[in-house]
Design a protein around this ligand. Sequence first.
Ligand code: SAM
Length: 325
Amino acid sequence: MNEAQLRALTFSHRAARLAMAGVATGLFEEIAETPRTVDEVAAACGLAERGARALLEALAALGVIERVRGAYPATPAARAVFCEKGEASRRHTVLHDLWHTGLWTRLEESLASGRPLDDRNGDPFFTRPDVLVRFFPNLAHAMVESTREETIELAEQLALPAFARVLDLGGGGGQFSRAIADAHPDAEVVLFDQPPVIAAAPAHPRITAAPGDFFTSPLDPAGAGFDCVLLARVLMGFDDVRAAELLGRVRAVLRPGGVVHVVELRRGEGAAGRVAALLDVDMLLLTGGAVRTACELRALLAAAELRPGEPRSLGLGMLHIEARS
Ligand SMILES: C[S@@+](CC[C@H](N)C(=O)[O-])C[C@H]1O[C@@H](n2cnc3c(N)ncnc32)[C@H](O)[C@@H]1O
């Protein structure tokens, strides 16, 4: 980066925060179809006139929205990305990021300790009941938003036996479960996640929702074993000790010949590598996990007595490793 880019970089947290405020206050939804004036936005979004004006003017100055004869329409891109029904919607992801901004103000604490923050008292959002009640269902939607092509690509790559039992462990919003069920018409899929997340799971005749905890609940109450266990963006949430414990529990529910499929963000060069490196900091701050390299993932799998194959790219920013017991 050159000097101008570096100056813009550190100034830009304001722009990011304003766009988040546009999502959180419902501004983008309000101006998606019809341009609104300052007073109309203030009334509809519960803002002071001074606040609405500042927000609208700043977003217009940034080019996120427009100003036309005293009213403010959303640009097509803002409609697509920031509105619930937009074709490239990241609305839930933006809310998820917003609710973590308080933790990022304490980044230096985690950088110094190498550990996640062990209290969230400094977080203005995490202590608010109205946010907490929406946090986990929103997380599930955010996960779905960030994997569109990858789900189909992965489902088509899976070589499953007839009438396979598949466990989508930490399956979140269920987009991988749904793609697998659609691509393999005789497969039964169990979608396992925390109760508030599983509430957002898709209704599907061959997907069973299993609410529970990775470490304290049985992963296979039916005791029938699984031909395939998917861990998509799950290991990144845990440090090596916890990840190994989880892999041990996964190995115990594999049928003979069963395969574990690990999907994680891809570390390395380019845009995908930048995302992976930034989310690695998220993991340090929030959970103590890590976005690992392919080499580190293979070592983790081998330590859990699983035999990892070669990593493959999945979509633009992920990697996929198969491992057998
Ligand atoms: C990063 S999300 C990935 C979701 C999904 N696999 C995907 O790739 O879109 C991690 C998921 O693991 C779940 N999870 C984390 N810790 C868990 C635990 N101890 N027990 C059950 N689920 C857990 C979270 O609720 C979340 O849905």
